[in-house]
Design a protein around this ligand. Structure first.
Ligand SMILES: NCCCCCC(=O)NO
Ligand SMILES: [Zn+2]
Length: 343
């Protein structure tokens, strides 16, 4: 399987995130993608190609213009205030507060984010732009007829909605790739989000649409981030009703429980008969993941890939989460090898 990868992800390395009441060294760090790339090369998964440049147009097909330009100019504006350390938001427009965009960068950052998991640094803009180009180059390769392509995106994207970032995500790589497929003539695209966390951003982007089916298997939001989306009763709205399926699972879920949800999601995907499938590939479902509470083991990822491959769909895998750095490469590439093993 072809892998699309850019070294530009090294330009984004936040120092701290606010989690569990403490400023904590970022779990979302460059070594994650380095380990996945190393594993792909070690097992000779296939060619590794650099991304092509697609510019802002495909990003603006998904994200709000004000949001995009905030992200583009943020670091410069931050530095102009004499701040040479990472940006982090610290206040958000909650219920009954004005949904207005302040002039002050701290207010703007709060308006365009939903948690304190999105440090912005000098290199963040370049890194997130390249991460989108990695997804779009993968989509372009799929459009040439490839059965499966791996877009090794970093930073990840599935928590990012049209006008807010969060959970280590800035631009929604998978959503931008899905929209590109539709803009190039696809009628229906299915997204399967296997990350441990609900893809609230992806769901939000396509929630009122029938041309993208969103399915997600994740930690139950009653106990797990992102808490405020990802419940089973979220089915879509308007013409999008019936095209959103959430499979929240209890803490401690292992392959026996997780695979049942995967089978259910695959039944929905097969019935939808999409032109292509995008998999938001997070492997923070791993039993040793430091911030997650599922119990999948490395061999389970081979089986995951086999089940996805059995759908018989052209598939773009877009890297999302996974923080057990020693095993992230094995687990992510196991999915792709499992997919490739299905003929
Ligand atoms: N800072 C709270 C947890 C962020 C989760 C990031 C992730 O892996 N999402 O899939
Ligand atoms: Zn995750």
């Amino acid at each position: 399987m072809l892998t699309i990868y850019s070294d530009d992800h090294h330009l984004h390395h936040g120092k701290y995130e606010l989690i569990d009441g403490q400023l904590t060294p970022c779990f979302e760090k460059p070594s994650r993608a380095d380990m996945v790339l190393a594993r792909a090369q070690k097992v000779k998964l296939g060619e590794v190609a650099a991304p092509r440049e697609f510019g802002l147009a495909p990003i603006l097909r998904v994200h709000d213009e004000g949001f995009v330009h905030f992200l583009k100019d943020a670091w410069t504006e931050w530095q102009a205030m004499g701040r040479d350390y990472d940006m982090l938001p610290f206040t958000w427009p909650n219920r009954r507060l004005r949904q207005t965009i302040p002039d002050c960068i701290d207010g703007k950052f709060g308006y365009y984010s939903f948690d304190a998991g999105v440090p912005i640094t000098a290199g963040t803009w370049q890194a997130v732009s390249s991460s989108v180009n990695v997804a779009l180059t993968g989509q372009a390769e799929l459009a040439k007829g490839a059965r499966g392509v791996f877009s090794l995106c970093r930073p990840p994207g599935h928590h990012a909605a049209a006008d807010y970032m969060g959970g280590y995500c800035y631009f929604n790589n998978a959503a931008i790739a899905a929209q590109a497929m539709l803009d190039q003539g696809a009628s229906r695209v299915a997204i399967l989000d296997v990350d441990y966390h609900h893809g609230n951003g992806t769901q939000d982007i396509f929630y009122d649409r029938a041309d993208v089916l969103f399915t997600s298997i994740h930690g139950d939001p009653r106990f797990e981030y992102p808490f405020f989306l990802g419940y089973a009763d979220e089915k879509g709205e308007g013409v999008g009703r019936g095209f959103n399926f959430n499979y929240p699972l209890a803490a401690g879920s292992d392959w026996s429980a997780w695979s049942l949800a995967l089978a259910a999601a695959c039944r929905q995907i097969a019935a939808y008969a999409p032109d292509a499938l995008i998999v938001s590939l997070g492997v923070d479902t791993f039993k040793e993941d430091p911030i997650s509470q599922f119990k999948l083991d490395s061999p389970d990822y081979l089986r995951m890939g086999e089940v996805i491959g059995a759908l018989g769909l052209q598939t773009l895998f877009v890297m999302e989460g996974g923080y057990a750095v020693e095993e992230i490469g094995i687990n992510a590439i196991n999915v792709l090898q499992g997919f490739d093993s299905v003929t």
